[in-house]
Design a protein around this ligand. Structure first.
Ligand code: PLP
Length: 419
């Protein structure tokens, strides 16, 4: 038993009595307090993009901390926030014209939902219903859990969750039921917004769908005047091969949620971007039309300086080339598993790969992820399988040799766990 008073996130302490202590990180590697080097195969919960402690991001944080640490963001602004907003405007899908800051993926989605409802209320139309994709995940606050898939993770909070219209996940080559359900739901005329994770449903099991499907869902929403919210909290800043996943479908959402990789993964910061009609619907001398949302650390200057440095890295370093190289290395590693009977449903989107364990004995599922995690850690690899789904989502600095090391660890750990 640990004597620490800390209650860790998404952790069943009765099954995981002790936590590994980490004292450092560099590139794609963590250093445990006992000296073990651990490959960060999940980019520290999908946030680290370039690698841990990118020198330009660290320098920007140090510089900013020396001049302005924090300032209330209502009635005030500062240079790092302006730099982030201006930089985002240059790379964001066209049509998005306003930037609202918050501090996590969940808050960026809460803001998106509130923007959507505020828009319809302020223009005097009775649209309050939210549509969301089956198997979606948007965070762990009440609003984001409501929009996300229901299950054991949120069963206890069910009485607090609001009802949303659930649209079937678009299975590869079988997306018509999704389009039909979306079309029917949108026709009701009471839908404020449809929210989805573009191209890949992350926590729902790394479920991939194609760009044509994303484009068609966007088209249906537009045809019915339903606001389209793209939750790019996980996919933003290159994870799927392009800066934003929406780019691959050539679409522009009405509202875009961005978090995790915004600061290169160094500090918590999020933004929700929206089109001008949404901003305009809140722009009024009538105070009742104000967008009533804030948090104490909105647009914290140090986090913004980290994000501004990240944007500059994208402008000045060959980030897309690194992403391409990593994607190619990922494809090679995945290819080696192609004929391995232990694995099935191998798939890849940009820098992310995922596959399932082929034969998980019944009743085994609850334990397998935890056991795999432990065996992988012993081998110096951090991965967090989602049930029987193993995925690899490393930082972009990862080399082919490092990936090979991680996949070898997967192979050995699976052998040991399934024995
Ligand atoms: N939306 C998506 C698509 C996510 O993957 C996540 C987190 O994994 C969130 C929202 C919530 O982000 P956060 O954990 O920063 O609140």
């Amino acid at each position: 038993m640990t004597s620490s008073p800390i209650w860790h996130p998404f952790t069943q302490h009765a099954l995981e009595p002790s936590m590994r202590s980490i004292r450092g990180a560099d590139g794609a590697w963590l250093e445990a307090s006992d000296g073990q080097r651990i490959f960060d195969g999940v980019s520290s919960w999908w946030v680290i993009t370039h690698g841990h402690r990118h020198p330009k991001i660290i320098a920007a944080i140090e510089k900013q901390a020396a001049t302005l640490d924090q300032i209330i963001f209502a009635g005030f602004t500062h240079e790092p926030a302006e730099a982030v907003a201006t930089g985002l405007m240059k790379i964001a899908p066209r049509g998005l014209s306003h930037v609202f800051f918050s501090d996590s993926g969940s808050t960026s989605v809460e803001v998106a939902l509130k923007m959507a409802l505020g828009y319809w209320k302020n223009i005097g139309k009775a649209r309050t219903r939210i549509l969301a994709l089956e198997h979606g995940y948007h965070g762990d606050t009440i609003g984001t859990m409501s929009a996300g898939a229901r299950g054991v993770f949120n069963a206890a909070y069910e009485p607090l969750l609001f009802e949303v219209g659930r649209i079937p996940y678009p299975k590869p080559h079988h997306a018509q039921p999704t389009f039909d359900a979306l079309e029917i739901a949108c026709r009701r005329g009471d839908v404020a917004a449809f929210i989805c994770e573009p191209l890949i449903l992350g926590a729902g099991g790394m479920l991939i769908y194609d760009a044509d499907t994303l484009r068609e869902m966007r088209r249906i929403c537009k045809a019915h005047d339903v606001l389209f919210i793209a939750d790019e909290v996980m996919t933003c800043f290159g994870r799927t091969g392009t800066v934003f996943a929406c780019e691959q479908a050539g679409i522009s959402p009405d509202i875009l949620c961005v978090a995790k990789g915004l600061t290169g993964g160094s500090l918590p910061l999020a933004v929700t971007l929206c089109i001008s009609p949404i901003y305009d619907a809140h722009f009024s001398t009538d105070r009742a039309r104000t967008f009533f949302h804030s948090s104490s650390y909105t647009a914290n200057p140090i986090a913004c300086a980290a994000a501004a440095a990240n944007l500059e890295i994208w402008q000045t370093e060959p980030v897309i080339e690194r992403i391409l190289a990593l994607s190619q290395s990922q494809a090679l590693c995945l290819n080696e598993l192609e004929t391995d009977p232990r694995f099935t449903n191998l798939r890849q989107l940009g820098t992310i790969t995922a596959f399932e364990l082929a034969e998980v004995p019944p009743g085994y599922l609850a334990d397998v992820a935890l056991k795999l995690r432990a065996r992988l850690l012993e081998r110096g690899v951090l991965l967090r399988p989602l049930g029987s789904t193993i995925y690899v989502m490393p930082p972009y600095c990862t080399t082919k040799d490092e990936l090979t090391f991680a996949y070898r660890a997967v192979s050995d750990a699976v052998d040991e766990v399934m024995a």
